[in-house]
Design a protein around this ligand. Structure first.
Ligand code: ADP
Ligand code: MG
Length: 737
């Protein structure tokens, strides 16, 4: 049952652990560190470094999938209900989170060719188009797909044929649709095959330019977006449109990027790659906490795009993927904590009914308009035909179908052409007409024939457009596939029921577990003091163990905080150093007036959350303020001054030539000096940066002041160059005067 009222539901979190791979198996008999209780939805993690006495860590989720889990199980239990909601007009998001190599891509895409191993995305394609083909015929659907990637905090359109050279796209926000990507390509898909092609196209674009696809995919986020619009007549007799948006997200690897020893561009890249994921973590923490008012969605592209999916108008499923190998214990624990936190996020999903930007509505309007135009055309040519027919033949054509109208229109055009041709012949053969008059009449007939053909072409064009437009809309109950296979339908239904049943059972088990702990003591009555002591001791022990668990947890979290804090401090230090270096260059080598010019052109774009350069010419008065080139003086190739005209009239006079040469000479010298200065500046910057990027890092203090350059021999040489440059610039300004 759908309702428009806001109701809250939490983000569903499921955890999946992949099997040990060959390399891990050969590493030793230790086996995996991840155990799963499928019935209870629990993950039990063993710390390979801890003594056996230490209690294992247990986490509970909406569902867990172990190494033996089938793609199909995960889909039916945890994804199918979400896609059903999308088909009913909700927003839905599935994202895969986890360390690189734990099965995010396997879960989202899987192995396409093996039906057993197809992941969430291909199964969702099947699901959506099968649903459409089985729905009632009064429903009309429009399905669109987009595919984008966030890499180094830049949004790239993977369906843009020009992908490699395309600019990064901008994010925008509208009150109706929330945050969206401006100018993102979206492809209308009419079948499973078409949407698969779109997906493949995007995957190829993703691979192009990536030297190592694994490396690339571990550093970028891939978002496949499907919009399903459905129109259906409501009880009021009008067509109502529901729009479901589905985000299928394969996140970058969650492992901590190694930042130690990385500098310059690489450091910035590492910082940027981490940005979206750490922002995602902060958003999840802020939302899960529930107390903090500010949720830092704006901190990254990813969190802005997923704003609705996290704490907003969407139903969300998070699939956290784990590896079972013991060497990844730390990352696995971090992933489990992350996932555990996400469980507490509350969303407010609602059906998107009749939004203003529904494309389906526009399509319907356009189709209606084209049909009206076509009908009008056909009616017109039919009228003409009847006029023609009225003269000679006399046959009655009333109440024919559209197809016949079309055929008759074609016939009419043919007849008309023949008639004109005959008339032309007659004119040519007419010996009583003057040649001139003949030509005129023939020309007129030609023109009439041309008009006729144009008319015909326009109609054909219109028909083609109409048909193309109409074919994009999918009508329920036909169009895609035959659904005679009732048996298969029944089978699917049964599978869904079983999945539903499993889910309910698990929920009940989890509830019972919680209740047991709470109510056990209430029911206990003791026959003797001794018994009471025993029972209470047992309970004390249990609680003590729990306390130890929680203490260990606190310690872990603290350690993690300290670690990430240290890393952040290190990044900050290195970025500060970089900044100081830049300041050094600006202060010493950029003339203050140039710097001010640049500073004055900088503006902050709040929409993009970025600093931008203002264009040199103000945009609004571009055309009016641009000086017009004066019209050429009569008789000269280009506008010419009075002085030059006089000069030309005077002939090659020596006085003018000399003065021109003197000016030229001065200019040339100025240019030479400038290029000399530039060359020195570049050399200096190069030397400086060499100094910076030397394996042994230079102390910050030595960079902050030029004074400390007067230390070793190399620096002293630099100092001399600086002196020379300031001298030469004084000299230059002298020359300019
Ligand atoms: P990620 O996208 O998280 O980096 P992949 O999806 O590429 O990881 O998975 C890494 C490898 O593990 C792949 O070879 C994949 O086939 C395999 N794999 C992942 N999950 C499973 C699973 N549940 N069952 C079998 N193989 C898996
Ligand atoms: Mg991957």
């Amino acid at each position: 049952v759908m309702s428009k009222t806001k109701s809250s539901e939490s983000v569903k979190v499921v955890v999946r652990c992949r099997p040990l791979n060959r390399k891990e198996e050969s590493n030793g008999p230790a086996g995996g560190i991840v155990q799963m209780d499928l019935r209870l939805g629990q993950v039990i993690l063993r710390n390979p470094r801890a003594p056996p006495s230490e209690p294992q860590k247990t986490f509970t989720f909406d569902a867990v999938y172990d190494a033996n889990s089938k793609q199909r199980d995960l889909y039916d239990e945890s994804v199918r209900p979400l896609i059903d909601s999308v088909l009913a007009g909700f927003n839905g998001t599935i994202f895969a989170y986890g360390q690189t190599g734990t099965g995010k891509t396997y879960t989202m895409q899987g192995a396409w060719l093996d039906p057993e191993k197809r992941g969430v995305i291909p199964n969702a394609f099947d699901h959506i188009f099968t649903h459409i083909s089985r729905s009632q015929s009064d429903k009309q659907y429009l399905v669109r797909a987009s595919y984008l990637e966030i890499y180094r905090e830049e949004v790239r359109d993977l369906l843009d044929p020009n992908h490699a050279n395309a600019r990064a796209l901008e994010l925008r926000e509208s009150p109706d649709t929330g945050v969206y990507v401006r100018d993102l390509t979206s492809c209308v898909c009419k079948s499973i095959k078409e949407i698969e092609e779109v997906m493949n196209m995007g995957n190829q674009a993703r691979a192009v330019g990536a030297t190592d696809m694994n490396e690339h995919s571990s550093r970028s986020h891939a978002l496949f977006l499907i919009t399903v619009e459905c129109s259906q007549p409501g009880p009021d007799g009008r067509k109502h449109i529901r729009v479901g948006r589905l985000n299928l997200v394969d996140l970058a690897g969650s492992e901590r990027q190694a930042k130690t020893g990385v500098q310059g561009e690489r450091l910035k890249e590492a910082a940027k790659i981490n940005l979206s994921l750490s922002a995602l973590g902060n958003v999840i923490s802020a939302l899960a906490d529930g107390r903090s008012g500010h949720v830092p969605y704006r901190d990254s592209k990813l969190t802005r795009l997923l704003q609705d999916s996290l704490g907003g108008n969407a139903k969300t499923v998070m699939v956290a993927t784990l590896g079972p190998a013991s060497q990844h214990y730390d990352e696995t624990l971090t992933t489990l904590r992350y996932a555990n936190r996400a469980k507490n996020i509350q969303n407010q999903p609602r059906v998107n009914e009749d939004p203003k930007d529904a494309l389906l509505r526009e399509f319907q309007k356009e189709i209606a308009r084209l049909r009206a135009q076509l009908n009008h055309r056909k009616w017109r040519s039919k009228q003409k035909k009847e006029q023609v027919d009225g003269e000679g033949w006399d046959d009655d054509t009333a109440g024919e179908e559209e197809e016949e109208v079309e055929k008759e229109a074609e016939e009419y055009v043919k007849q008309e052409e023949q008639r004109l041709e005959m008339e032309k012949e007659a004119i040519r053969g007419d010996r009583f007409l003057l040649a001139e008059e003949k030509q005129r009449l023939l020309g007129e007939k030609e023109r009439m024939m041309g008009d006729l053909r144009k008319e015909q072409e326009a109609t054909e064009h219109l028909t083609a457009k109409y048909k193309a437009m109409e074919s994009k809309l999918l009508v329920g109950g036909k169009n895609i596939m035959d659904h005679t296979n009732e048996q298969q339908k029944m089978l699917e239904l049964k599978r869904q029921e079983i999945a539903e049943q499993t889910r309910k059972e698990r929920e009940m088990q989890q509830q019972m577990l919680v209740q047991d702990e709470e109510t056990l003591e209430l029911r206990e009555t003791f026959t003797s003091l001794q018994q009471e002591v025993e029972a209470k001791t047992k309970k004390l022990k249990k609680l003590y163990a729990k306390l130890q668990c929680i203490k260990a947890e606190i310690q872990d979290v603290n350690d993690e905080h300290v670690r990430s804090r240290q890393e952040l401090e290190q990044t900050q230090n290195e970025l500060t150093r970089e900044l100081k270096f830049k300041y050094l260059i600006i202060e010493n080598f950029i003339p203050p007036e140039e710097k001010n010019k640049i500073m004055n052109r900088l503006t902050f774009d709040p929409e993009e959350d970025q600093w931008k350069f203002q264009p040199l010419v103000p945009t609004e008065s571009k055309s009016s303020q641009m000086k017009k080139r004066p019209a050429s003086a009569v008789g000269y190739k280009r506008p010419i001054s009075q002085y030059a005209r006089v000069a030309i009239a005077m002939g090659p006079h020596s006085r003018y030539r000399v003065s021109v040469n003197v000016i030229r000479g001065q200019k040339l010298m100025g240019k030479m000096l400038i290029s000399l200065k530039q060359r020195f500046t570049f050399t200096l910057i190069n030397i400086l940066s060499l100094n910076i990027l030397r394996p042994t890092p230079v102390k910050l203090s030595s960079l902050s002041t030029t004074k400390s350059f007067v230390g070793d021999g190399e620096s002293h040489f630099l100092f001399q160059i600086v002196h020379f440059l300031s001298f030469s610039s004084v000299f230059l300004s002298f020359v300019h005067q």
